[in-house]
Structures are given as C-alpha cells and as structure tokens.
Design a protein around this ligand. Structure first.
Ligand code: NAG
Ligand code: NAG
Ligand code: NAG
Ligand code: NAG
Length: 830
C-alpha cells in the first residue's frame, strides 16, 4: 500500500481516492490471496490530496493558528474499493502497514483524526470502523444522507452537505424542464441503492415517473454493460439521472458511443464529479449537454502557485509526486514502464526528467476551473486545525483542555463539533448536529464545443432561499446537444389536449396513459386533465369538449314553422267560427236557427271562437302569466262549450218528451235549464281551477332532464292530479252529452240535433282519448303541440258536426229553410 507521511507534532490521517479503479484479483484461496492492485491514477483526484497538503502548509505557516505546533499527515489511498478503504483505515489506526487491530504503533506523534474519503461508498466502511473508536472523520465528498445518522456513525463529519436536498434539487430540475419520464443510472452499492430510492421517491412525489432504473458498477462485465446500453437505447426517455461516482460509468459511456446511443441528456447528481480528464473523447460526446449539480466552492487563493511549485526533487515533500509526474508527462522513472501497477507499459515511453515546465499544463491537468472536493479537503484541514487550536490553547481551568502528548481522539471530536472554523478567505462554517454543513449547489452544464470541454455554471440551488428562488437556472445558457437544439422533451405519452382526459394504462406508471374524449356534458379546458368537469346546469359541452356552451332553449315559438302553422289554423278556425256566428245572427229569424236553441248556439259559437284562440296562449315562451292562463283558459272555455252542448242535448230530448207526453215538464222548456247547466258546470270547473291554483299553481320551468343538450321551457302543471281532474271533468261532461245525445238520436225531425251531437261527441272523445297517450309520450314543445292539436281538432269537430249542416241549409238550400221542411209538428202528429 502506498503511504505518505509528512511528520508533525500532531498527525491527521487521510484516506484519499487517487486511482480511479482497481484490478480484480481472482481469489481462489488455493494460495495466499493477493491484495487489490490499483490502476488509473487520476490527477483530479490527486488534487484533493494536494488540497489537504496546501491547508496543512498554510496552517503551519500561520502565526495565529496552532503556534509552535506543526501539523503533519499520513496518507493512504483507497482506489475505489471498499475493501481497500477498510484496510486503509485499520492501517492508519495501527500506524503500521500491516494493520494490527486495537494496537497503536504511532511512534512519535499522535494521530487525532482522519480526512476522507471522497466517495460515500468508501466513507461508509471507514465511518463504521471509526465509529467504534469514536475517532473523528471528516469526509470531503461523501454526501449520502445515511451518514447523517449519528447513532450509526457517531464520529462522522463532512464539509459537503448531505444529499437530502440533492433529491429535491434533481426533482425540481426535472419539473423545471417539464420532463415526466426519466431514466435512472445508479451505482450498484449501498449508497446507490439508498440514494436512488430517495431520488426516485422525490421524483414520483412530484407526479413524474421513472422509466427505468439500472445499476452500473466498474466491475461489470462487457455483457452486463451492453444490456444497460440496450435498455437506454430502447427507452423513450430522453433524460437520464446519473447517480454514481464517475469511475463506475466510464466503460458505459464508451459503450454508449460505440453502440451509437448518443443524444440522451444526463442529469448528474452530486456524487458524479464532472472531471473530463477521467473520460475518453468518446465519452465526452455522450456527456455533451449534461446538466449537473456541484457543491458550491469558493476560491483558494495561492493554490495555483502552490501547484506550480510541484516538483519531483528527491527531497521534496509532495505526496505521490512521482506518480503524478508519470501521468502528467506520459513518462516513466524506471524505464520499465510506469510504476503504476497494472498500466500497460509501452516501449516508446520516455524516461521522466525533472526539467519540464509544469506551469502551462496546470489548468488543463488539474481542471482548476472547478475546485470542488479539493476545496472541501482543504476545509477539512482547517476544521482540524481550529478544533485542535481550541483544545490546546485553552485556559487550564477549562475542563475541555488537552495536553499535546496525551490528546485523545474523542476530545478532538468534541472540539470539532463545537468549534467554528474558517479558511483564510471564506465564511465561518459550523458543523450542525448531524455533522453536516448547509447545502447549496451550483447547477452546471457541460459543453463540448470545437473539441473543447467547457463547464458552465447556469444556476444555483439554495434550499434556504425564499420560496420561488430555491432553484434558479438560466435555461438559455444550456446548449443541450446536437440532437436537441432547445429544451428536450421526455415523456411516455403525449399530453392530452383539452377535451380529453387521461386514462391510466394498466400495469404501467402513471405517466403512461391514453387520452379519452370527455363524455357529453363534460369538458376540460386544460391539457393533461385527470378528470373532466361537468358543465353547469344551463350549459352543455361543445363538440370538442373543451368549452361549455349554453344549452339550446326550446319552446314552441311563433317563429318556427310548426308554431306559425298552428297559429294560422287557430286564427283561421276562429274566423270561420266567427263567420258562422255572424251568419247565425243574420239569419236568426229563419226556422233552422230558431229550431236550435239560439242562446245556446251563440254561447257555443263564442266559446268555440275562444277555444281556437286559446291555442295562441300555448305558443310562445312560457311565463308565469301564460302558464296560469293556459290551463284555466282551456279548461274553463271547454267546460262552457261542453256544458252548452250538454244543455242543447238535454233541451232537445226534453222538448220531444214534453211534446209527446204533454206533461207538466213543459214549463222547464224556458231558458232556465240551459243557463243553470252552463253556469253550474262553469262554477264547478272554476272551483277545480281555484283549488289547483291555491295548492300548486302552474309555473314556468326549465326542464333539463329530458334531453341534456337543451333546456325545455315549459309550464309545470303543478300537481298533476288537478290537471287530470279538470280534464276528467271535461271528459265527464263529454260522456254525459254523448250518452244523452245517443239516447235521443232516433227522435224524429230533420232538425233533430241529437244525431249531430252524438257524432260530434264521438269525434271529441276520440280526439281526447288519443290525446292522453300522445301527451304522455311526447316531450318538450311537442307536448304543447299535441295539446294544441287536440284543442283544435276537438273544437273543429264540434264546429263542423253541429254547425256546418245548418250553414249548408242556410246558404245553399234556402228552400228547405221553412217550417214545412222542418216538419217537426207534422212528424209529431204522425
Ligand atoms: C512559541 O515559541 C516561542 C519560542 O520558543 C515562544 O517565545 C512563544 O511563547 C511560544 N508561543 C506559544 C503560544 O507557546
Ligand atoms: C441568461 O443567459 C443569457 C446568455 O448567456 C444572457 O444573455 C442573459 O442575460 C441571462 N439571463 C439572466 C437572467 O441571467
Ligand atoms: C455538443 O453540443 C453542442 C450544442 O448543441 C454542439 O454544438 C456540439 O457540436 C456538440 N459537441 C459534440 C462533440 O457533439
Ligand atoms: C377553464 O375553465 C375554468 C372554469 O370554467 C375557468 O375558470 C378557467 O379560466 C378556464 N381556463 C382556461 C385556460 O380557459
């Protein structure tokens, strides 16, 4: 194991990721298992080591911080392997390379704390072991929220924030761009599993869906990686969340390029460090347009000149400097290939020399445009320095004081938790109760333009900001990639236009749905509606179902053909009846008219005129007045006309009976009987109507039950029983008239009206009997039309049966219009 020690009065241990991977020794247990060998020295990771060294140098040179005490450090590196990380921490605690648990073999100075590791997966086993010893650990990059649990990890602190807010940040980014269907790539370890679950939960809480969630690890075989590539290719999700440390996805990105799966947008979580030096040019192309979260950093003044001073002189105190030199200048010290184990040595590898100019290469090699994690390692150095300073420089009266030779790690942990710290340029920072610091992220995007890698900060995420400003992204600064020139779309189903609602597909996530047209009477005026809304009572949906439109108002109007026709018939008939009335008045002294009961004929004719005219009340928009008038007018006039018919019949029969029998009934032949019959019937009908109006008068209503797309304006008859009572009374009168007339039908005399009345009553009754089923089976304005028709037909029946024959005689056969022809007396004498 490579270790590096910089001596000092007090030591801080460091477990750093320097290599990006390791070889997998096949362990058969037939011989002594070999240790893991690291590969892929990565300068960006190495920079974190230098960050700690830079801090320690600054602290040792500072007159205020730990005066007269030098801070030293011991470094080991974990090369992306949990096993290696556990081994490293035990070795650091023991102070010897082959660890002896529970023994402390640090010879000259105490080691009081550990900095590291960067990856959460590697920090977890370290934190477990250090927790047993209450040995302080400050990670400079582990963001897994599991590490906030102080029951499991009592001695773990970190200078980056927990990823608790990262889930919210990712989910808000997805909301911001309107993606509903995203894939997820998560690292195949505890940290990935736990973090992936939290991210997924947050995404789904916002109503978005995860199209796939695939695991990835640097130990995966080519076959396993190709399977993941295939899943990414086949998914309709254009956006993929990347929750993994970068070494695990290197091989996948190359495979994506080789298989031509380019143009997906990656959204990287904080655990993905954007370090272009680690990736091939092929992977760069795949990463083009990636949007990611990065912990906020601040500048480290002097760091760049510190980097420029790096030199592999034999007396230098730079850790791992020879490895760095080999990687930076593609050379080798020994001539037998790089020291770096596992690297393929090529014959044309030049020998390393010390006399090369590093200066120009620094920005590119160290990616100094983004100091994340290096800055956090630097902060960790300062956290220890301030804690130790507080512990060692305190007044002896204070119980928390410690002596440099007997300082205990738990004392340092106590001091770390309560001592605020700050680097020379920067704000004061304090660990919170969970050992975390407050969260805020930069939102960055990757641009590969003209073969150059650019990292552009496009926004920030700050959970402490006011609502509405928590996430702040300048979208126009994101270039996406060559496939998407504007914000890409990522959805499972096209959104439903207004008028449609979403219907979930069975067995698929909620973002996959079908669109179904709203049913009649329902609308939606928004896209992607989950439910249709019912239109108000007086409105109905249009054809497109995106608007409520007023319902058609229906009533029998004067404008429509049916109404006009009925008006014409009614007025024509009433004019005809009027004509007959005038004719009767004109020829009132002729025998034909005298033979009929003149007074009753006039009453009947007037009431028939009114019958025809009362149809007009039924046409037009119903109002309170017309509704009241309709049935009153109708039933009153009809009862007058029917009662006068009845009176007529009775008079005819009475007349014949009194003549034949010469009976005392003769005195009844005066006008008393007909008048009282008509009066009585009218009074009866009026009382029915009064009771009706008293209990529940007819009123205009808007009927929406019959047809839901229209409103029928109609008169509600109130209690139907009264309506049928008044109709029934009319029917009763008609039946009586019919029966009496039927009995008198064979009485002699050419002017015997009984036959005609029988016939007219027959017509009348059949009209009204057929009216009832027609009335019940029609709706809306046709009900009214049916009633008008029944009125017209029955009135016309009465008019034509009773009066037309007489008109015929008066007008066309005047010779018959005399007493001889009347022949009543003659017949009677016979
Ligand atoms: C540091 O050492 C110097 C010289 O040995 C001494 O004068 C000074 O008081 C010491 N300072 C502290 C804070 O111990
Ligand atoms: C967003 O970025 C564009 C292009 O860089 C710039 O012109 C614009 O001013 C920025 N908008 C805001 C609000 O910062
Ligand atoms: C990356 O995307 C930008 C913006 O669309 C494009 O101009 C550039 O050519 C892309 N780079 C590569 C290497 O495809
Ligand atoms: C949708 O309809 C509701 C209720 O009818 C209305 O308040 C809202 O303004 C409408 N929205 C749009 C976008 O038309």
């Amino acid at each position: 194991m490579d270790t590096f020690t910089q001596p000092g009065d007090i030591l801080v241990g460091g477990i750093f990721l320097v290599y990006s991977g390791y070889n997998f020794p096949s362990v058969k247990f037939q011989e002594m298992p070999k240790p893991i060998s690291c590969k892929g020295f990565h300068i960006r990771y190495y920079r974190d080591v230098l960050g700690l060294k830079f801090a320690v140098d600054e602290i040792n040179n500072s007159p205020d911080l730990l005066p007269n005490i030098t801070l030293g450090f011991i470094l080991v590196e974990s090369c992306m392997s949990e096993l290696r990380a556990s081994e490293s921490v035990m070795s650091l605690l023991s102070g010897v390379e082959n660890p002896v648990p529970q023994y402390n073999c640090h010879k000259t100075s105490n080691m009081v704390g550990i900095v590291g590791d960067m990856a959460s997966a590697l920090s977890l086993p370290i934190a477990r072991i250090l927790g047993v010893h209450h040995f302080p650990q400050i990670s400079h990059g582990a963001s897994s929220s599991a590490l906030s649990n102080k029951v499991n990890f009592p001695s773990f602190l970190r200078t980056v924030s927990s990823n608790m807010f990262q889930n919210i940040a990712l989910s808000q980014l997805i909301n911001l761009f309107g993606w509903t269907w995203v894939g997820m790539l998560i690292v195949d370890n505890d940290v990935g599993e736990q973090g992936g679950r939290a991210i997924r939960a947050e995404i789904e809480k916002n109503g978005r869906c995860v199209a796939f969630s695939e695991k990835i690890h640097l130990s995966y075989s080519k076959k396993k990686i190709l399977r993941v590539v295939e899943i990414i290719r086949q998914s309709s999700a254009n956006v993929i969340i990347l929750h993994s440390t970068e070494p695990h996805v290197m091989a996948l990105f190359d495979a994506l390029f080789d298989e031509g799966v380019i143009g997906k947008i990656f959204i990287s979580s904080v655990s993905f460090t954007i370090t272009p030096g680690l990736f091939s040019r092929k992977a760069w192309k795949v990463l083009n347009g990636t949007v990611g979260l990065m912990p906020k950093t601040r500048p480290m003044p002097g760091f760049e000149s510190f980097l420029q001073s790096l030199h592999p002189a034999s007396n230098s105190t730079y850790p791992f400097i020879k490895l760095f030199w080999e990687t930076a200048f593609h050379c080798s010290w020994s001539g037998e290939g790089m020291q770096e184990t596992g690297a393929t040595s090529t014959n044309n590898q030049s020998l390393c020399t010390e006399n090369v100019d590093l200066k120009m290469k620094i920005p590119e090699l160290f990616e100094i445009y983004d100091l994340s994690y290096t800055y956090h390692a630097y902060l960790a150095g300062y956290a220890y320095a301030h804690a130790l300073h507080a512990l060692l420089m305190c007044q002896p009266a204070d119980r928390t004081c410690a002596n440099i030779s007997s300082i205990q790690p738990w004392q340092v942990l106590y001091s770390l938790k309560k001592t605020p710290f700050r680097p020379p340029s920067g704000d004061t920072i304090t660990f919170d109760g969970n050992g975390d610091v407050s969260a805020s992220y930069d939102i960055v995007t990757i641009r590969i333009v003209n073969g150059e890698f650019q990292l552009v900060t496009v926004g920030t995420f700050n959970p402490d900001a006011k609502a509405g400003h928590v996430i702040d992204v300048n979208t126009s600064q994101i270039l996406w990639n060559e496939r998407f020139s504007k914000v890409p779309q990522s959805y499972c189903s096209d959104s439903c236009p207004p008028g449609y609602r979403k219907v979930a597909r069975q067995g698929q996530p909620s973002c996959c749905f079908d669109c179904v047209l709203c049913s009649a009477g329902d609308i939606t005026n928004i896209t992607d509606a989950a439910e249709c809304l019912r239109c108000p009572r007086d409105q109905w949906s249009n054809e497109e179902r995106n608007q409520c439109i007023p319902k058609i108002v229906e009533f029998l109007s004067y404008q429509e053909p049916l109404g006009i026709m009925l008006v014409l018939i009614a007025t024509g008939s009433s004019i005809l009846a009027l004509g007959i009335l005038l004719l009767f008045i004109r020829f009132r002294e002729t025998p034909v008219i005298k033979a009929t009961n003149r007074e009753l004929s006039y009453i009947l004719l007037v009431s028939l005129i009114l019958c025809f005219l009362c149809c007009l009340v039924f046409i037009g928009q119903p109002s309170t007045i017309t509704c009241l008038l309709r049935q009153t007018f109708f039933s009153l006039i009809f009862s007058i006309s029917l009662s006068s018919v009845l009176a007529k019949t009775i008079m005819v029969v009475l007349a014949f009976k009194t003549i034949t029998l010469n009976s005392p009934l003769r005195k009844w032949l005066g006008p008393t009987i007909p008048r009282s019959i008509v009066g009585l019937c009218s009074v009866l009908q009026i009382s029915i109507c009064s009771a009706w109006f008293h209990r529940s008068p007819p009123f205009p209503t808007m009927n929406t039950e019959i047809a839901n797309y229209k409103i029928i304006l109609e008169c509600n008859e109130g209690q139907k029983v009264f309506f049928y009572l008044s109709l029934g009374f009319l029917g009763f009168l008609a039946m009586i008239s019919f029966l009496v007339a039927f009995l008198g039908r064979n009485l002699p005399g050419s002017f015997n009206e009984a036959k005609l009345i029988t016939f007219s009553m027959l017509v009348f009754c059949s009209v009204w009997i057929s009216f009832i089923p027609a009335y019940l089976s029609t709706s809306g304005k046709y009900t009214v039309a049916v009633q008008i028709f029944a009125i017209l037909a029955s009135s016309a029946g009465l008019l034509s049966c009773i009066f037309l024959p007489k008109c015929y005689i008066i007008l066309l056969r005047p010779e018959r219009n005399n007493r001889q022809f009347l022949g009543v007396n003659k017949d009677l004498r016979h």
